[in-house]
Design a protein around this ligand. Structure first.
Ligand code: PLP
Length: 377
């Protein structure tokens, strides 16, 4: 139950990638037969990604994943003297990029969030300055699953003639994405959060957007991203995008939401002093973030791991760190409360038996830990 860290590779995705790993080995830039085959596969994948995002194929730039996409958006757009508006609940890919830009004389505003982990678009409007160049607000939060009001933020960005990037890594495959509705100029996704392979992703770059490349070298990706394409990975992302589109249409997301809700309700029924962070606002269907009064989330995490249940205490990159989650503290949760919280995130392969297993594991582990931890009375 840690799908937000990474998802399993879908068998269909693996089968689509297989020939590009075992048989075809062309460089997509070569003009001979093998190269042309690779190029064809890359371009077909680009069309599939474009269909997922609602954009033109030429607006898709393949990347190494969500971190590169976010960094490309930030570092490709902003120059010293510019102003960036972002939120305090972004993934570190954006947050630490913004910190670095601040050291390079870019002004940065970090928007607050509500107690339910939602950005107020009016805060974005109020933060606008004459030198604001970019707004970057994520589509769905990786820790709580909350969906941000992007369409309203997109309108504000458009009115102010400011570029708008959204990190849609945790939204892709879980909720519908339409770059026209959002009104964004840049949008980043990663294959490994949507049943594709690790180490590949895509950045939507709206036609006409002036963006510097991060890498310099060959003329790949219409000179937006130098370096030989990861053909098998890109094919995997293309197939994962097709699966994502189909999953939104055929009710996979609804089925996951039912299981997530059953897990949530089950824990609340069985465990005293537990609750859901960011309950009652729009969330992606697979994610829940729960607090357990008086418990150390790390101790509970370890107990569940020993039991065979993988969850997360924050974002995957930050788990193991003693600091409480920056997302939960931005929501105004006290340190103890934030430390007593765990994220459960389901996959499209999760079953009712998995939920039962998790319910038993959580109930037993919380009971055991509370018996030896006098903090909870
Ligand atoms: C919201 C969000 N953005 C960006 C990333 C980084 O993506 P990647 O690991 O593909 O670089 C993650 C990964 O956890 C994420 O959850």
């Amino acid at each position: 139950m840690d799908a937000n860290a990474t998802t399993p590779l879908a068998p269909e995705v693996f089968e689509a990638m297989r020939p590009h790993l075992l048989e075809g080995f062309g460089n997509a830039s070569s003009i001979h037969f093998h190269g042309r085959q690779a190029r064809g596969a890359v371009e077909r994948a680009r069309i599939s990604v474009a269909a997922l995002l609602g954009c033109q194929a030429a607006e898709v730039v393949f990347t190494s994943g969500g971190t590169e996409g976010a960094n490309h958006a930030l570092f490709g757009i902003l120059r010293p003297g510019d102003h960036l508006i972002t939120s305090s609940i972004e993934h570190h890919a954006v947050l630490l990029g913004a910190e670095r830009l601040r050291e390079r004389a870019v002004d940065v505003t970090f928007l607050p969030v509500s107690g339910d982990c939602v950005v107020d678009p009016e805060d974005a409007r109020a933060a606008l300055r004459p030198n604001t160049k970019l707004i970057s607000v994520m589509m769905a939060n990786n820790e709580t699953g909350t969906i941000q009001p992007l369409e309203a933020i997109g309108r504000i960005a458009a009115e102010a003639d400011v570029y708008f990037h959204t990190d849609a890594v945790q939204a892709a495959g879980k909720i519908a994405i339409d770059v026209e509705k959002i009104g964004c100029d840049l949008l980043s996704i990663a294959a490994h959060k949507m049943y594709g392979p690790q180490g590949v992703g895509a950045l939507f770059v709206r036609r006409g957007t002036t963006i510097e490349p991060l890498f310099f070298g060959g003329a790949h990706e219409r000179q937006r991203r130098a370096g030989t394409e990861n053909v098998a990975g890109i094919v995997g992302l293309g197939t994962a995008s097709q699966l994502a589109v189909a999953g939104l249409a055929d009710g996979v997301s609804d089925r996951i939401a039912v299981l997530r809700d059953r897990l949530e309700t089950g824990i609340l029924e069985r465990v005293d002093g537990a609750g859901v962070n960011a309950f009652g606002v729009a969330r992606v269907p697979n994610t829940t973030n729960l607090w357990f009064d008086g418990l150390d989330g790390e101790a509970l995490f370890i107990a569940l791991d020993l039991h065979g249940l993988a969850v997360s205490g924050g974002s995957a990159c930050a788990s193991g760190a003693a600091e409480p989650s920056h997302v939960l503290t931005a929501m105004g949760l006290a340190m103890d409360w934030a430390r007593a919280s765990l994220r459960f995130s389901l996959t499209r392969y999760s079953t009712g038996e998995d939920v039962d297993f998790a319910l038993d594991a959580v109930t037993a582990a919380v009971g055991r830990l509370r018996a030896i931890a006098p903090a909870y009375v």
